[in-house]
Design a binder for this molecule. Structure first.
Ligand SMILES: Nc1ncnc2c1ncn2[C@@H]1O[C@H](COP(=O)(O)OP(=O)(O)OP(=O)(O)O)[C@@H](O)[C@H]1O
Ligand SMILES: [Mg+2]
Length: 226
């Protein structure tokens, strides 16, 4: 048996909306042997965000198991969960979730500061990421003053700055024009390779799928390799 880096086993997730049950996942399985760039596609409402939230330990499924290496992640208590996220997970949220009280540079620097780097070093590293994403003239802006696409690029930079073991990207180019989307997508996939990151990208952009190592679609609550 080969080594397994990451595994979801028999994940079941459902919600109740009023009287109506919404079954999102049933016996979902997802096994990955080594860091790679992975795509997740599926129509709106199929469960892409729910899946990333489960992997990011933001949502707990109704049942199932989640292993990262030898860690049994669904058994973590709240402190262990926070620690795992802080150290290992970068998340580009579908709605960016930038912090309004901080500048663009501070938003990007924050994951490093939370992991113990000095404010000065973290801001210096943030600056190089700002340049990479074409935002060097926005460093002192508060996120609310940025365009949607600029905010999205800040969210991408913030998720990548700490070289996470797992990068979760929920429609990371959804607010960008074609050319910028291509640049950002390339930055994400190239940096993931360089840093040995397991990157999982939910996307509607079929053009990008061929540039990933493997792609799955969500179909009737399960993942099918395509
Ligand atoms: N907290 C919740 N409570 C109730 N229902 C939920 C909750 N979160 C998600 N759902 C439902 O689960 C289904 C999957 O939602 P999810 O956000 O994962 O879809 P998605 O594939 O990311 O869609 P999109 O492409 O529009 O972002 C939807 O039908 C949604 O209404
Ligand atoms: Mg979604």
């Amino acid at each position: 048996m080969g080594l397994i880096l990451f595994e979801l086993l028999d994940i079941e997730q459902k919600y109740v909306q009023g009287e109506l049950p919404v079954n999102v996942f049933k016996n979902l399985k997802f096994k990955i042997d080594k860091p790679k760039n992975i795509g997740i596609i599926g129509p709106s409402g199929s469960g892409k965000t729910s899946l990333l939230n489960i992997i990011g330990l933001i949502e707990k499924p109704k049942s199932g198991k989640y292993f990262y290496k030898n860690l049994n992640c669904l058994l973590f208590n709240n402190i262990e969960k926070t620690e795992f996220r802080k150290k290992n997970i970068g998340y580009i949220f579908q709605n960016n979730q930038l912090l309004e009280d901080f500048t663009v540079q501070e938003n990007i620097a924050l994951p490093l500061i939370l992991n113990g780097e000095s404010y000065k070093t973290a801001c210096k590293k943030a600056l190089s990421f700002l340049k990479l994403f074409g935002l060097e003239n926005r460093i002192k802006f508060k996120p609310g003053l940025l365009s949607g696409g600029e905010q999205q690029r800040v969210a991408v930079a913030r998720a990548m700055i700490k070289k996470p073991l797992i990068l979760l990207a929920d429609e990371p180019t959804g607010s960008l024009d074609d050319i910028t989307a291509e640049i950002v997508f390339k930055n994400i996939t190239d940096l993931s390779k360089k840093n040995n990151t397991l990157t999982i990208i939910a996307t509607h952009n079929i053009k990008f799928i061929s540039k990933l190592d493997v792609c799955y679609k969500i179909d009737r609550g399960q993942l099918i390799e395509i």
